[in-house]
Ligand binder design. Structure first.
Ligand code: PEP
Ligand code: MN
Length: 344
C-alpha cells in the first residue's frame, strides 16, 4: 500500500500517518518527492486494510499495489530511479551507460590494456570478474582478491568506475571495498542470502536475470535488495536457456520495454552472454540500444584468443571502438546519448 499525501501536508501529518502504520504492525517508508510525499507500507503479504489511514489529515490518496513485488514497481514510484555508481556515471536517465571489459581479470597487463581500450573508445565503465561462477569446477575461477586490486589499479589509471561480481555474502563485503557496483550473476539471482547482504551493504547492485527466470522472478529478486533499504539496483537481461542451440542463449530483448513498464529501476542488456558469439554481439548491441536499454554490458578482451573465459564472445578492441560509434548514432536517433567516461 502507498499513501500519497497532499502537497499541503505538514511534517506532523506525515509523522501521524507513519505512526498509525507502525501501530498496524507494518513499516512506513516516507518518500519525499518534488511536489508531495508518498509513504510506502512494507511488511505485508496481501492487501492492507486502509480504514485507519484514509481519513487522516493530509492524506490525498491510498494506492493498493497489486503486484507481488512492491517497492520495485512503477505503482510504488512512477518516476525512473537513477542509479549513480560514480560521479558522472548514472543509469536510468537519458544517457546510456556502456560497461565494457573482459569476462575475467587475468593479469595486470590484461586489465590495464582492456581499461585503456574502453576509455579510448569512449566507454563509460569497466567490467571484469575477479570471482567467477563457472559451470565447471575445473575452469578458471578468477584471481579473487588480487583481481579486485587490479581492477582498482585500472580505475586509478583510467578513471573508469568498476563493476565486478560477488558470489557469496563474504565476497560481497570484500567486493564492496573495491568496486563501484556489485554484480550479482545469473546463477545467483535467487541466492537470497546474497541478495539480502547486497541490500544491507548499500552499494549499487547490478542484478542479472537468471537463465531460467521469468521477469517477475527477476523483479522479486530485486525486491529483496530494496526490502533491505537499498534502492540502487540496475537490472540486466543476459539471455535465457532455450531449446535452440544455435546461440548460447535466447536474448530476450522484449524484457527491456516490459521491465520499463513494470518497474522504475534501470534495465541494461548484456549481448555478450545473450548471444555467446562475437559476430552476433555487434548487431544485438545495436538492437538493445534501439530497444531502449539504459546501458550495455559487453565483453571486450585485448587478446580474445588467449582469454581464460568467454573468449569466443569477447570483442576485439577495434570492434568495440567501431561499435561505440554506431551506438552513438542509434542513441541519437531515439533522442538519447551515450554517457561519456567520467571527467570528460
Ligand atoms: C559475466 O558477466 O561474466 C557472467 C558470469 O555473467 P552471467 O552471470 O550472466 O552468466
Ligand atoms: Mn563472461
Amino acid at each position: 500500500m502507498l499513501v500519497v499525501m497532499h502537497t499541503t501536508a505538514t511534517p506532523a501529518d506525515i509523522d501521524a500517518v507513519c505512526r498509525v502504520i507502525a501501530e498496524m504492525g507494518y513499516s512506513a517508508v516516507p518518500m519525499p518527492g518534488e511536489q508531495r510525499t508518498a509513504i510506502g507500507v512494507v511488511g505485508n503479504d496481501g492487501r492492507v486494510d486502509d480504514t485507519n489511514v484514509v481519513g487522516l489529515a493530509g492524506v490525498a490518496q491510498v494506492i493498493h499495489v497489486s503486484r507481488p513485488y512492491k517497492q520495485v514497481s512503477r505503482e510504488w514510484r512512477p518516476e525512473n530511479t537513477i542509479v549513480q555508481i560514480a560521479p558522472g556515471v548514472a543509469f536510468g536517465g537519458n544517457a546510456i551507460v556502456i560497461v565494457a571489459g573482459p569476462c575475467s581479470v587475468e593479469s595486470e597487463e590484461q586489465i590495464l590494456s582492456a581499461a585503456r581500450a574502453v576509455r579510448a573508445a569512449g566507454g563509460t565503465a569497466l567490467r571484469g570478474g575477479a570471482f567467477k561462477p563457472r559451470s565447471s569446477p575445473y575452469s578458471f575461477q578468477g584471481l579473487g582478491k588480487r583481481g579486485l586490486e587490479l581492477l582498482a589499479l585500472a580505475r586509478a589509471e583510467t578513471g573508469l568506475p568498476v563493476v565486478t561480481e560477488a558470489m557469496d555474502e563474504a565476497g560481497a563485503e570484500l567486493v564492496a571495498e573495491y568496486a563501484d557496483c556489485i554484480q550479482i550473476g545469473a546463477r545467483n539471482m535467487q541466492n537470497y542470502s546474497l541478495l539480502k547482504a547486497a541490500g544491507r551493504i548499500g552499494k549499487p547492485v547490478l542484478l542479472k536475470r537468471g537463465m531460467a527466470a521469468t521477469i517477475t522472478d527477476l523483479l522479486l529478486s530485486a525486491e529483496y535488495i530494496l526490502a533491505e533499504g537499498n534502492t540502487q539496483v540496475i537490472l540486466c537481461e543476459r539471455g535465457l536457456r532455450s531449446f535452440d542451440t544455435a546461440a548460447r542463449n535466447m536474448f530476450d530483448l522484449n524484457a527491456i520495454p516490459i521491465v520499463q513498464k513494470m518497474s522504475h529501476l534501470p534495465i541494461i542488456a548484456d549481448p555478450s552472454h545473450g548471444t555467446g558469439l562475437r559476430d552476433k554481439v555487434i548487431p544485438m548491441t545495436r538492437a538493445a540500444v534501439a530497444a531502449g536499454a539504459d546501458g550495455i554490458l559487453v565483453e571486450m578482451h585485448p587478446n580474445p584468443e588467449r582469454a581464460k573465459s568467454d573468449g569466443a564472445q569477447s570483442l576485439y578492441p577495434e570492434q568495440f571502438a567501431r561499435l561505440m560509434e554506431e551506438v552513438r548514432l542509434i542513441a541519437q536517433a531515439i533522442g538519447r546519448e551515450i554517457s561519456p567516461p567520467p571527467g570528460t
